[in-house]
Each structure stands twice: as structure tokens, then as C-alpha cells.
Design a protein around this ligand. Sequence first.
Ligand code: SAH
Length: 197
Amino acid sequence: MTIAAASLGEIIWVIGIVAWYVIRYPFERRARRARIVAGGRSRSDTVGLVSALLGLAILPGFYVATGIPAAADHSASAWSVALGTIIFCSALWIFRRSHKELGRNWSITLEIRDRHQLVSAGPYALVRHPMYTSFLLMGLGQLFLLPNWVAGVSGLIGFAVLFLLRVDKEERMMLENLGPQYRAYMERTKRIFPYLY
Ligand code: SAH
């Protein structure tokens, strides 16, 4: 049972990561066409993006492919796989909704596009950073799906590095470019947890 649960968790995680990319790909293509007018990649943002990629994809992918580091394995249960699946699916749903809402205003890094518009509908009506909420939930789903302490926890660490290096800067950039409109939006929303933070 535990061995079956362990492999099932790993298979679901792989499907989840593939689904993540299938959701993102068309937005990445479309975003290339909208001109950038402010911002751009900084060293700290590159560090954040690489950490998120390592923690949420490369390290757990390496674990699923090789079983390394086996010393950090722990037993899997059907309950944790079920919980991990629910959390990962909600992450993907929020990720897709946020991408659709943000549309051509989306960038992988911190940038303002030509005719950038404030998005404040859909998930953005509740929180200012629903995509980061979805990364946090992906990391949490990974923790429950993969029966390994290193590969399980790495997603949450990668998310935390990206979030902490980025969120203040992102809000400052939005304030500089969209001014009072973003200030008013900040006053009525939280960052990543509705009503809490
Ligand atoms: N932090 C957001 C967006 C991540 S994508 C989230 O977690 O959902 C990063 C880009 O989105 C930034 O370059 C910024 O230009 C843009 N952005 C962030 N919040 C926005 C908003 N409310 N309206 C329009 N663009 C936004």
C-alpha cells in the first residue's frame, strides 16, 4: 500500500507539472508580442526565478527520476496523496484563472508593458498576487505528494525565496507606474491570502 501510494503521488506530481506548462505556454507566446516600457530583469529577480524553478521543478523532478536522496524518504499514505492532489489541482485552477485575467499584462519578471492596465477582477479582486498564491499551493501539494523530505519541502523554499525577493519590489513598481489607482487597489486587497495577508 505505501509503495503504491508513493508511486501514485509521484505520477500525479508529474502530470501536475506537465499541466502547469500546458497552461502557461500560450501566455508565454502571447506576452512576447506586447512591448515592455518599464522594468526588466534584475539580478535578485533572476535568483528568485532560479530558486522557484529548482525547488518546484528540477529538484523534485530529479527525485522522481532517480530516487535520490533516498536517505530522506519517508512513508507515503493514501491520505497524503489525496490531500496533495486536491491542493495541487486548486493551485492549477488558480494559476489558470490568474493567467486568463492578467492576459497581456503578464511577464515572467517585473515589467510594465505598453498600455499596461490594472487588473482587479477575478482572483485579483481578492488578492494582489494570486499567481504567487498558486505557487505556494503547488509547493504545499508537492510536500504531500512526494514521500521525501528534501524533494517534498524544496518547492515551498523555492516559492519563499521568489516571493520574498519580489513582492515589495513588484508593488513599488506598480505604484510608480499606476499611482493612485494601485494605491486604492492595495487598500481593498490582501497579498496572497484573502482577508488575512
Ligand atoms: N504578482 C502577480 C502577477 C505575477 S506576473 C500575481 O501573483 O498574480 C508579474 C507581472 O504582473 C508584473 O511584471 C506586473 O507588471 C504584472 N502585474 C502584477 N499585478 C498586476 C495587476 N494587478 N494588474 C496588472 N498587472 C499586474
